[in-house]
Ligand binder design. Structure first.
Ligand SMILES: Cc1cc2nc3c(=O)[nH]c(=O)nc-3n(C[C@H](O)[C@H](O)[C@H](O)COP(=O)(O)OP(=O)(O)OC[C@H]3O[C@@H](n4cnc5c(N)ncnc54)[C@H](O)[C@@H]3O)c2cc1C
Length: 291
């Protein structure tokens, strides 16, 4: 399927719904447009599960280049990284060194690196590496992601707030077993709201990443009732998902950040977006046959 999809031109064209292009220049142009709506962005160079050490070094070079392009172009963006992109599957030390090199460059440039969260098999090691980075770099240089579908997340939120850490809260995008993740959507959502409240009340600047109108309404409601300023947190959404809501929230004075993925290795990211919403598959198929 992967070979077919990545070679079949009409399919590849459809990825532009969720992926901002194959190179940095295209992503910069997309971010310029996003910035015009009042939203900021986060670059994501698509590549995960890297198994060759040389490829992880190329990822570090790519991210250093992105950080330089952000400064040169004047766009409003930070960066998001995945640790399996920097060699987590090869050697956690190699991964740490690579991630550290990117965070150091971001610190030098006054920018911020968000460590994305991947599947549950790497949750603990991701948190461990993040803690090492955070011990060396300040709150506003490196942050992490936690997923409300994981049963451990309430504990992780408490532990990481003690450092403290800037956290992006999302529901979680991987296929997880019931031993570690809530199988029922209502439990995932209830945990999302509970953790959102803890984060917003912590006094640290966090990211509330969701397209779910009920999660957004709960966040708006809680912040208003608690007298938490709109500038004290940001909403985050994915490129190509609920653009109407992105624009609306930014217009209402909320901080909005759009996650902008680009690159040639779009397949796993794209498939996760299709899996999240079956209607997307029909959208893709319909457009594919329109030519
Ligand atoms: C900025 C950002 C960063 C993220 N980082 C991570 C990460 O590091 N690790 C991780 O595991 N997950 C990450 N995610 C993905 C996240 O975990 C969810 O899989 C995804 O956001 C869908 O959940 P939801 O909160 O939008 O709610 P859902 O209940 O899934 O969706 C609510 C509504 O949002 C809309 N919607 C949601 N997804 C789509 C879609 N793909 N296409 C079209 N409409 C859609 C639909 O209208 C849907 O009814 C991130 C998400 C965002 C927004």
């Amino acid at each position: 399927m992967k070979d077919f999809a990545t070679k079949f031109r009409p399919f590849k064209r459809m990825t532009t719904r969720f992926v901002a292009g194959e190179d940095i220049a295209q992503a910069v142009e997309s971010i310029r447009e996003i910035n015009k709506t009042g939203a900021s962005a986060s670059f994501d160079h698509l590549n995960e599960g890297v198994t060759r050490a040389e490829e992880t070094e190329a990822e570090v070079r790519e991210y250093k280049q992105i950080l330089a392009r952000i400064d040169e172009s004047g766009i409003d963006s930070n960066v998001s990284i995945k640790l399996t992109q920097f060699g987590l599957a090869i050697d956690p030390e190699l991964c740490y060194r690579n991630a550290r090199a990117v965070v150091e460059e971001a610190a030098r440039r006054g920018n911020f690196v968000r460590v994305d969260m991947e599947e549950s098999a790497v949750t603990q090691v991701t948190i461990d590496i993040f803690r090492r980075l955070r011990a060396e770099f300040d709150l506003n240089t490196v942050g992490i992601v936690l997923q409300s579908y994981l049963k451990r997340t309430a504990g992780d939120v408490q532990d990481l707030l003690k450092i403290p850490a800037r956290i992006r809260l999302c529901k979680g995008a991987y296929n997880e077993p019931p031993e570690v993740a809530f199988p029922e959507k209502r439990d995932v959502d209830a945990n999302y709201v509970a953790q959102m409240r803890v984060l917003l009340s912590s006094g640290v600047y966090h990211g509330i990443a969701t397209h779910d109108e009920r999660m957004i309404a709960a966040t708006v409601d809680y912040s208003q009732r608690q007298g938490i300023a709109k500038e004290a947190f940001e909403f985050q959404m994915l490129y190509g998902v609920r653009r109407d809501l992105q624009i609306q929230l930014a217009r209402e004075g909320y901080r909005m950040r759009v996650y902008v993925p680009y690159g040639k290795s779009w397949y796993p990211y794209f498939m996760r977006r299709l899996a999240e919403r079956p209607a997307n598959v029909w959208f893709i198929l319909k457009n594919m046959f329109k030519g």
